[in-house]
Design a protein around this ligand. Sequence first.
Ligand code: PGA
Length: 245
Amino acid sequence: MANWKMQKLASEAKQFIEAFSQKELPSSVDIAICAPFLCLPSLAEQKIIPIGAQNVYPADKGAFTGETSPTMLKEFDVTYVIVGHSERRQILKETDDFVASKFHYCVEEGLTPVLCVGESLEQREAGEAETWCKAQLDAVFKEYEGNFPDDLLIAYEPIWAIGTGKTATAEDAQAMIHALRSHLETLKGQEIADKARFLYGGSVKPANIASLMQCEDIDGALVGGASLEAEDFYQLILEGSANHE
Ligand code: PGA
């Protein structure tokens, strides 16, 4: 899954999708592009690659200057919405509660949220990474009695690995994602935990995706920098699909 962040103009998105849709894509992989809002209309015109937004406001309509509702996204056939990305938690000061309300509202509205969790370097060095990420899951799932999306997507993105070129080792990523899946099982039962798809994110590139995809609990990747050029993203998908167990 591509996360373009605030990196592309609508005209560039159009060029990307024209180049990308010429490629022969492996049928065994689910591909999606999470793009800036203004890119979504042009991406929606192609019907091949599902699209996602990078934010949403948890209300249908109203006096929320600058915000975008699920209904507005659905008009452009948006399937996914990234919620709880560390950049929004850190820069936009989104709280666990706000992230949880976005997640729940997306589910009610039939959008598939991609919940991001991840620890800082200080937390990892202090041995607190697992506790922190589990607490981020608690905030969304512990008290939640509502429906679950058919496709429950959770991305483990250690903050220190995002955009830094430093990837978590496959062993560390697997260990954390395994711990998160077990925690989800404790919270919501085995069926939901087994079915959930966990993505790893943080400096994923064609050179390191193979070892990540070979890990038992890792089902996919959330990719920033390496998703911006059609050719790089295509190579990454080929590498990932060839090595996914
Ligand atoms: P990156 O970003 O691949 O550029 O590290 C990943 C993300 O923030 O989702």
